[in-house]
Design a protein around this ligand. Structure first.
Ligand code: F6R
Length: 234
């Protein structure tokens, strides 16, 4: 793992943009994308850049079960607002959280990932070490699956909803095995609240109880952390 420590989120987003540009220059065509607060400034930097995504593909990590893409809390809506409306791609894939047959949807999403190998994957990390919605205890060999969100993730995500009860209890998430197949992975983390997860991910044991720790086994992972998220690192 390569660790890049930055002053703050803005500097980190700019570092992320430089890496993205290098990847595109080297031929990257398929981008694995994340939602949540972590990549928002990175997406702003992309919007304000001259990068053209019209021949590029995006594949998002996850989507809530039960929310339609037009629902303001859905991840598809989030991506449209924060990136896709300003930077059109050739195609944008997210799991269909409204699929009548969710098991079939997970297989369909795996086929999409298989057909579009991810060159560059952007990740955030949960306080409990989740990546995508792969919560602690998820087997490392998991592909796309339906997840029961943990209490801690529901609480953390309640800030986007009117009340905690409105947060969906399930999501469809790309699995850890698929994330690990990405050629290059950039994980970003900002703020003290992520410092324990970052320490465990970088310096701790590789264990399914800390999903992000598997990234120690990937040979091209760049971790961009601000001073607070990095504060427990040796
Ligand atoms: C989002 C995702 C999650 C988030 C994580 C951190 O698509 O897959 O793993 O990256 O929950 O969320 P934030 O960035 O809101 O702290």
């Amino acid at each position: 793992m390569k660790i890049i420590k930055v002053k703050d989120q803005l500097e980190g987003a700019k570092v992320g943009l430089d890496i993205l540009k290098e990847q595109i220059a080297a031929g990257a065509k398929t981008f694995g994308l994340a939602t949540g607060s972590t990549p928002v400034e990175f997406y702003n930097q992309i919007i304000n850049s001259d990068i053209d995504f019209s021949d590029k593909t995006s594949i998002n990590l996850d989507e809530y079960v039960g929310l339609d893409g037009s629902d303001e809390q859905s991840y598809r809506y989030f991506m449209s607002q924060h990136l896709f409306n300003e930077k059109p791609f050739k195609e944008n894939f997210l799991p269909d959280g409204k699929a009548a047959d969710l098991e079939a949807e997970t297989k369909h999403y795996d086929a999409i990932i298989e057909a579009h190998p991810i060159d560059f994957q952007i990740l955030g990390i949960g306080h409990n070490g989740h990546i995508g919605f792969n919560e602690p205890g998820t087997p490392f060999d998991t592909t796309t699956h339906v997840v029961d969100l943990t209490e801690s993730t529901i609480k953390a995500n309640a800030r986007y909803f009117e009340c905690e009860a409105d947060v969906p209890k399930k999501a469809v998430s790309m699995g850890i095995a698929s994330i690990m197949k990405s050629k290059t992975i950039v994980l970003m983390a900002w703020g003290e609240g992520k410092s324990e997860a970052i320490q465990a991910m970088v310096e701790g044991e590789v264990t399914e109880s800390m999903p992000a720790s598997i990234l120690q086994k990937h040979d091209d992972v760049i971790v961009i952390v601000d001073e607070e998220a990095a504060k427990l690192l040796k």
